[in-house]
Design a protein around this ligand. Structure first.
Ligand SMILES: [Zn+2]
Length: 115
């Protein structure tokens, strides 16, 4: 049984709580199950880079690939199994996610406008 940690807000006391909830294993969305990604240090390639035959060949053969940063090369990640939760727990998760999103939006605007 896969378990994941997830922040929830309890409906009654409105407390933040890190709950251990049922999870499920899904294919990593970042590498699409490849387990590798091109080294981010390479940066953005231009058409000019690809004119270099040696570079292009090694690039295509995966020389510059590193373990995927999201799944750590495991090709799969554990995510919350939302459907397995009770409606009450789903609500608690939704509440927490909404709060987190609001916090992030606030931080973003503060940074942008210096408020
Ligand atoms: Zn991955």
């Amino acid at each position: 049984m896969i378990k994941v940690k997830q922040y929830i807000i309890t409906p009654v006391f409105k407390l933040w709580y890190e709950a251990t909830l049922p999870g499920k294993r899904v294919v990593c969305h970042q590498c699409n199950g490849e387990g590798t990604m091109v080294n981010p240090n390479i940066g953005v390639l231009t058409a000019h880079d690809m004119e270099d035959e040696d570079f292009r060949e090694s690039y295509m053969s995966g020389v510059y690939d590193v373990a995927c940063g999201c799944c750590d090369g495991k090709r799969v990640i554990d995510v919350l199994d939302y459907d397995a939760l009770s409606p009450k727990m789903q609500l608690a998760v939704d509440k927490a996610e909404k709060e987190i999103a609001a916090d992030e939006a606030e931080a973003y605007y503060e940074q942008k406008w210096g408020a």
